[in-house]
Design a protein around this ligand. Structure first.
Ligand SMILES: [Zn+2]
Length: 388
């Protein structure tokens, strides 16, 4: 704890260095190399696993050589794009510090989390914490788009072995034990193109799509009325729409991208079937309507029981550092925790500073004070699970 207090300045500098890598999904090579080097310098053995060239997963292991549990700490290297730059008060990759806040894309999701793991690791090594078992840190690529090259690849190829895990996704300092499932799919409509001066000779794919969008909206309201006790409401969002070629042509194509969040008890098959039912109903009323559904992303949800040892360990560590028990919560968004749980059966919690729901906005920022508290909690978890 003293070592962490001493390293506050280093921690801020590390967070700034991480934010300055514009590691939008697909561009994780540079930050992966940086994190690998950081762990190597602390004496860990580092393996880089790539499902595709230039898309690193960094696995760093501190093996005590003694029998004992394996604790997995995880975070992802990639970030979402910054969006329109004009919306940012401070440039998204400058990592500007204002009072207690660091601004930039990824400060919440999840480079502050990455900082907590790395600084806690550094403090444990530098203060010569005697451990048993193994501490494994995994930094993945490709998380923001579903982890096919990241945690899914590791899970399907035998790299995930641990007794418990912590994923440093933003939880506003709560201990989160479940996520919703996420199903991403496209719907495309096909029409008949013709000259815009004689639209009655064609068939508009955009008009068809607007019918579909409205029927999905109604389905979304129905879903909202069926909340799950712990996870809240299932949901559906039409996130993008495209279509047509030029204004003086009847559009013969349109596409939407849809994001469906599932709660326990709902299956991927059911969710797709619901969409098909909506489209079939529209086709009855509008026989010319042609639509196809293409599944793009599937992210299973997961939940662990509050009685799992990792929940008690994390809650106990939080209480030692903060002086009260943490809130136990759940997350709307999908994370690598789902793959850790579903592919390897490892009990996993999420914990990190920052509010994940604010992470997609411009002016994303994180509190340095919270980040340092979270770092102590992570260090305490390491000590409590592996300390000799
Ligand atoms: Zn994330």
């Amino acid at each position: 704890m003293k070592e962490i207090e001493r390293s506050r300045g280093d921690a801020v500098a590390l967070l700034q260095a991480l934010v300055r890598f514009p590691s939008v999904t697909g561009s994780e090579a540079a930050i992966g190399g940086f994190v690998a080097e950081y762990c190597r310098r602390l004496g860990l053995s580092v393996e880089i696993v790539e499902a595709e060239p230039g898309r690193p997963n960094v696995i760093a292991t501190w093996d005590s050589g003694l029998d004992g549990p394996t604790l997995l700490l995880n975070d992802h290297l990639d970030i979402i794009p910054p969006g329109p730059l004009a919306a940012w008060t401070y440039p998204p990759f400058d990592a500007v510090v204002v009072d207690d806040l660091v601004y930039g894309r990824g400060t919440i999701d999840t480079k502050s989390g990455m900082t907590t793991l790395l600084v806690a690791l550094s403090a444990a090594v530098k203060s010569r914490l005697a451990i048993v078992g193994k501490l494994v840190l995994i930094f993945t690529c490709d998380e923001e788009t579903g982890g096919r090259l990241g945690m899914q690849h590791l899970g399907r190829n035998g790299y995930l072995k641990a007794d418990m895990a912590v994923v440093a996704e933003p939880t506003s300092m709560r201990v989160e034990i479940a996520t919703k499932g996420r199903l991403g799919f496209d719907i495309e409509t096909t029409g008949t193109a013709t000259h815009g001066a004689r639209p009655w000779l064609g068939h508009s794919a955009i008009s068809d799509m607007s019918r579909i969008v409205l029927s999905l909206e109604r389905l979304g309201s129905e879903l909202a009325a069926r909340p799950h006790a712990r996870m809240g409401r299932p949901s559906l969002n039409v996130g993008t729409i495209q279509g047509g070629t030029v204004p003086n042509m009847v559009p013969n194509w349109s596409r939407i991208e849809v994001d469906r969040r599932l709660v326990p008890g709902e299956t991927r098959e059911q969710a797709l079937q619901q969409i098909q039912v909506e489209i079939d109903a529209l086709c009855e009323k509008h026989p010319d309507l042609q639509a196809t559904i293409t599944e793009k992303i599937w992210w299973p949800g997961y939940e662990i029981d509050e009685s799992e040892p990792i929940v008690a360990v994390a809650s106990g560590a939080f209480a030692k550092v903060v002086g009260r028990r943490p809130k136990i919560g759940v997350k709307d968004a999908g994370t690598d925790a789902s793959w850790i749980h579903s592919l390897a059966g490892i009990p996993v919690i999420m914990f990190s500073p920052g509010d994940g729901l604010r992470a997609m906005n411009a002016d994303e920022n994180v509190s340095i004070t919270d980040m340092m508290i979270a770092t102590k909690v992570i260090a305490q978890i390491i000590a409590d699970v592996l300390g000799r």
